[in-house]
Design a protein around this ligand. Structure first.
Ligand SMILES: [Mn+2]
Length: 336
């Protein structure tokens, strides 16, 4: 009798290069015989990129990540975790995006993400698309956890802080999801941690909103050469088991490792450093790790990618984030 909560095709019998590509070969949301209800994570695509300020093409991100994720395997060797034994996970398809309107698109993504699975249990994981889609999944996540007054905490990996008020005359774009989320009460800026910030920026004011509202900013250089590791650990300990959303903009990784993105910013994490940082969050917290109630990976732009390396990294980042929830559940059920 299998103890699996998510049934994958047996890669020793059914090759990874055959069949229709779902995220990590997870079942579709209709294949209810391949996952254990209640559903823990519904993973969906948000193929929308009309919120970009520079190079478009992220609308093809979900398909590219699905394709490269065929080689994501379920056993995490550092956590000693068989993810499919701990979580039931599906590919829920793509949100119905609104390619000509950023604000309407966020509303559409929110409605779709909020409808997935069991409202009181299932969590929504979004694969973008540009970062403007995150406002939609954050709204849905906030609703799923009962719209707590004060908003969600946020663990944010990005080159950019994405708290610009207006860009090219628009309040809704991939430069603005977090200022809009704060205004809506969805996000608590005092419990927002931005990791991997790097420049150059348009003006010094691009950091001012975050600094004035209590966001914890850890630049790449802070993490690599100064006190960033300690500051991340302090944030994670303070956060404890509070409900947190995790968003991963692939442009926090050095374009030498993740060239397939639309607003590349030089330097930054290597692939290995990014994976190491994610794997280290439980230890940094001093406990079971962050209580991730919603998540995304965004800004993969396949047309600028080489050999699929950016999409492959995004697929493995998704796996790492799901494993964080797996680790937390294992440690909590063990009473520690
Ligand atoms: Mn971003």
């Amino acid at each position: 009798m299998s103890t699996l909560k998510t049934i994958l095709p047996n890669a020793r019998v059914q090759p990874r290069f055959a069949g229709i590509s779902t995220f990590c070969r997870f079942p579709t949301i209709e294949e209810t015989d391949r996952f254990t209800a209640p559903l823990d994570w519904a993973i969906f695509g948000a193929p929308f990129d009309s919120g970009v300020t520079y190079r478009p093409g992220g609308r093809f991100g979900p398909r590219a990540v699905r394709e490269e994720s065929q080689y994501v395997k379920p056993y995490h060797i550092e956590h000693r975790l068989m993810l499919t034994e701990v979580l039931s996970m599906v590919d829920a398809g793509d949100a119905p995006v609104q390619p000509f309107n950023c604000e309407e698109n966020a509303a559409s993504v929110a409605e779709f993400a909020g409808s997935l699975g069991d409202a009181g249990h299932t969590k929504a994981f979004m694969v973008g698309g540009d970062h403007s889609n995150t406002l939609g999944n954050m709204r849905a996540t906030w609703g799923r956890v009962g719209k707590p007054v004060g908003g969600l905490a946020l663990i944010h990996f990005d080159s950019h802080v994405d708290t610009v008020d207006v860009t090219l005359g628009e309040k809704h774009s991939h430069a603005s999801p977090f200022i809009r989320a704060v205004e809506e009460g969805v996000l608590d800026p005092k419990r927002m941690l931005s990791i991997g910030v790097k420049g150059p920026l348009n003006t010094p004011d691009d950091l001012k909103y975050a600094e004035d509202h209590g966001v914890t900013l850890v630049t790449y250089e802070d993490w690599k050469y100064r006190d960033g590791v300690e500051r991340i650990a302090a944030f994670m300990r303070e956060l404890g088991g509070q409900e947190a959303y995790l968003t991963f903009d692939i442009d926090c990784v050095d374009p030498a490792f993740a060239p397939g993105t639309g607003t590349p910013s030089l330097g930054g994490f290597s692939s290995a450093e990014a994976l190491h940082l994610l794997r280290g969050l439980p230890e940094a917290s001093g406990g079971a790790g962050p209580n991730i109630v919603g998540a995304d990976v965004v800004e993969v732009l396949p047309d600028r990618d080489h050999a699929g390396i950016t999409a492959l990294l995004a697929a493995h980042v998704m796996f790492e984030i799901l494993c964080l929830d797996g680790v937390r559940r294992v440690r909590e059920s063990a009473g520690g």
